[in-house]
Design a protein around this ligand. Structure first.
Ligand code: HEC
Length: 421
């Protein structure tokens, strides 16, 4: 097991409190923390991976809750006095109920079960679980710079460090079981071979493409990817290692999710503008389609069985579907409303699953397009509610893999009765 628990002692010993393994270059917060005993410790210890904004906009917790949440991110057990000061400060200034952001839960007939695993590296931002043919569930820990797998039958978990500075955002599997990850911080895409436990790293051909984000294989084994802040999309041919990249014309399009339809067309969502993008896999022609509502931004998409493109309208708190045959989109308000920020999405056997990430708890939502009915559940995250789903994908049986970004948890959602494809 990889020993990568970040300790307070190690943090305080380093000259810069933003330890190199986790540094996100977090600048000083725009709004300072309230004065009080423990403020400096919190500012020092809790900004190694993110800004204090995460604390300020949290829902607020009891002392026990803060203790549990902090323990998923940093090991303070060896410095109990400082831990007490940090936890007391947090519970005093950000008590339970301070910033509730409540969800609107919708009841219904569907039963589901959650099975949850906790990943070993603390504060790792575990994400993007995906199941291989052998049943193993792969994931990456973006802040922890790790790739790993869970064996759901034995509950064994393995984690491997990635080349320094990669900060993997996404993992996807090829037909031979290699795990391909995107180096979101250093302009690379990597292939991890589980047999040799070695990485092959591919560098972007253009230094402007700094942040490979999400990648997905098409039916021919070509890896298509987005680079959100670099405003590019690209393709990597694993047979030759050749990489092609294209800039997007729409200002602030922020290409994000990538999915392939049944004909091999590549669909990309825009996280900064009301658009969807289609790439022709043969001619490389890039087409852009506008979505109707101003303020629309789309984190993730999935393709339905009829090749319609289901999307979360994150900016407007809605669920939508775009029909390429007619050029028309249809949308529904998400149960928790305008600011619920729907995020991950997966269409499984015609049923749409997604999450509402800006409410607490983070809600898992089910939508049946036939009846247009919603149902939703709070996603468990230990004894507290923290963290969100940033990507969801089906298992080979048709169950659903999700995760919780704050608490290192990967979760299997199984509808009852269970699906057996
Ligand atoms: C090793 C990295 C790391 C350190 C150190 C760290 N965190 Fe976090 N924290 C995370 C990650 C990862 C997330 C999830 C961010 C996301 O969803 O993108 C998070 C999110 C949070 C959230 C948001 C919870 C929610 O509602 O989802 C709070 C609050 C928080 N951290 C508090 C703290 C406090 C308090 C400390 C110091 C005791 C701390 N963090 C130190 C990694 C870290």
């Amino acid at each position: 097991m990889l020993a990568r628990a970040l300790s307070l002692a190690a943090l305080l010993a380093s000259t810069s409190l933003a330890g190199p393994a986790f540094a996100q270059g977090a600048p000083a917060a725009a709004v300072p923390l309230p004065a009080g005993q423990g403020k400096e410790l919190v500012e020092g210890v809790c900004t190694a991976c993110h800004q204090v904004r995460e604390i300020q906009r949290s829902m607020g917790y009891s002392k026990e809750g803060w203790k549990e949440l902090a323990a998923t991110m940093i090991d303070l057990s060896k410095t109990p006095d400082q831990r007490e000061e940090i936890i007391s400060y947090l519970a005093t200034h950000f008590p339970e109920g301070k910033n509730p952001r409540p969800a609107k839960q919708v009841d219904g007939d569907q039963q589901i079960a959650f099975k949850q695993w906790t990943m070993p590296s603390l504060g790792q931002r575990s994400r993007d679980p995906v199941q291989g043919k052998d049943g193993k569930i792969w994931y990456v820990g973006q802040f922890g710079n790790v790739i790993g797998w869970i064996n759901p039958d034995t509950n064994e978990i393995r984690e491997y460090p990635l080349p320094s500075g990669s900060y993997p955002h996404n993992v996807t599997l090829d037909k031979d079981g290699n795990a391909w990850w995107t180096g979101n911080k250093n302009g690379t895409i990597g292939k991890f071979d589980p047999k040799t436990e070695k990485n092959t790293v591919y560098k972007m051909p253009d230094p402007k493409v700094k942040d490979p984000h999400t990648a997905e294989f098409d039916q021919k084994g070509i890896l298509w990817f987005s680079a959100q802040h670099s405003q590019h999309v690209g393709r990597l041919d694993p047979a030759t290692g050749d990489i092609k990249v294209w800039p997007l014309q729409t200002p602030k399009a922020q290409p994000y999710s990538v999915k392939i339809d049944s004909k091999g067309n590549v669909w990309v969502s825009c996280n900064g503008a009301p658009c969807l993008i289609k790439i022709d896999p043969v001619t490389f022609e890039i087409s852009e389609f506008s979505l109707p509502l101003a303020g629309t931004t789309v984190r993730r998409i999935d393709i339905g069985p009829d090749d319609r493109v289901w999307y979360v309208n994150s900016g407007r708190g809605r669920l939508g579907v775009y029909d390429p045959a007619t050029g028309l989109a249809k949308e529904w308000d998400s149960p928790s409303g305008r600011t619920s920020h729907p995020y991950g999405i997966a269409v499984i056997d015609g049923i749409v699953w997604y999450n509402e990430s800006n409410v607490r708890p983070d809600m898992l939502v089910r939508f049946d397009p036939k009846t247009e009915k919603f149902q939703s559940w709070p996603i468990p995250s230990g004894g507290i509610h923290a963290g969100i789903v940033r990507h969801m994908r089906p298992t080979k049986e048709g169950n659903l893999l999700i995760h919780q970004s704050s608490t290192n948890r990967i979760t299997l959602v199984t509808p009852r009765p269970p699906l057996t494809r």
